[in-house]
Write a protein that binds this ligand. Sequence first.
Ligand code: ADP
Ligand code: MG
Length: 297
Amino acid sequence: MTTDRAGSVRAADGSVREQENLLNTTGRAAVRRVGDPIVELKGVQVYHRARTGGIFKPNIVKAVDGVDLQVRRGETIGLVGESGCGKSTLASVIVGLQKPTGGDVLFKGKSALKRNAALRKDFGSDVSIIFQDPATALNPRMTVQDILKDPLDVHGIGNKSGRDRRVRDLLGLVGLPVSAADALPSQISGGQRQRVAIARALALEPKIIVADEPTSALDVSVRAQVLNLLSDLKEELYLGMVFISHDIQTVRYVSDRICVMNKGKIVEEGTAAQVFDTPSQDYTRTLLGAAPTLLHV
Ligand SMILES: Nc1ncnc2c1ncn2[C@@H]1O[C@H](COP(=O)(O)OP(=O)(O)O)[C@@H](O)[C@H]1O
Ligand SMILES: [Mg+2]
C-alpha cells in the first residue's frame, strides 16, 4: 500500500477505484477514493426472543431489522442513533462476532455465514473491532505487549523477533512509548488503554475497523485525541471505518457517509453535509437538535 503526498492512495492489490469529485464539509474539492466492498450486509436481521413474552406468544425484539450496508476501504461510515436502536448488534454482525437471524453477510463477495474455515480466518484478520470501554475490553492480567502479541500468536504470524518488532511498530503507530509494553492496563490512563485497544485492532493489518462508541467511556479531555488518532490512521493505513456513536456531532467531522439508525433500521443515509444540512427524517432532526451545538467529542 502506498500513499503519495497528494493524498492519493493505492492498495498493494490495486483495488483502488477513483470516485467522483465531491465537496467536503469545508467546501474544498476533495477526491475520494474508495475500494470495492469488503463487507456487505444484505437484508440483515437480528431478532431476539424477549424474556417478557410467553411460550406460545413470545415477544420478539428486532435489534436489527433489514439492514443493507456496504463497508469499503478508504471510507468512514458514521453510524448514529439513540441508545438501544441496534448499533452494537449491527457492529457485531459486521465483524462476524454474531450471526444474523436473517439476511446475508458477504465478505469480499462471498457469504461469510457458510462454513468455510479459510474465509472465516481471512474475515477475522481483515475486519476488527474496538469496543467502548477499554477497561473491560483488555485482559487486566496481561501486559500491553502480550495483549498486542495475542492476535499474532493466534494467527501464527512471524517469529519471536518479528513479533517484538511488530509490537514496537504498533505502539509507535498509536502514539505510545515503547516503555508502555511492560505495563498492565491498570497502570496506564484510560486514553492510553484505548490506544492499546486500537493497536490490538490493528495488529493483523485489517482493512476495516469498526469502532463502537470508542470515545464514550473516556475523559472529555482525551476524546478528541483518540478521535483524531482514528482519523489519522484511517488516512495513513487506507482503512475503512465504521464509527459508531449515539452523538451525531461526534461522527460529523470523521465521517464520509452517515447512516442514521432507528429501531433496527437505517432510516437516513447521506454525506455528512447532506444529513446535517438537509435531514429528511424527523428522527434525524431530533438527534441534531438534541445534540450540543459546540463540537462535542
Ligand atoms: N441478547 C439479547 N437478547 C435480547 N435483546 C437483546 C439482546 N441483545 C440486544 N438486545 C436488544 O436489542 C436492542 C439493540 O441493542 P444494541 O444493539 O445494544 O443497541 P445500541 O448499541 O444502539 O444501544 C435493544 O433493545 C437491546 O435490549
Ligand atoms: Mg451500543
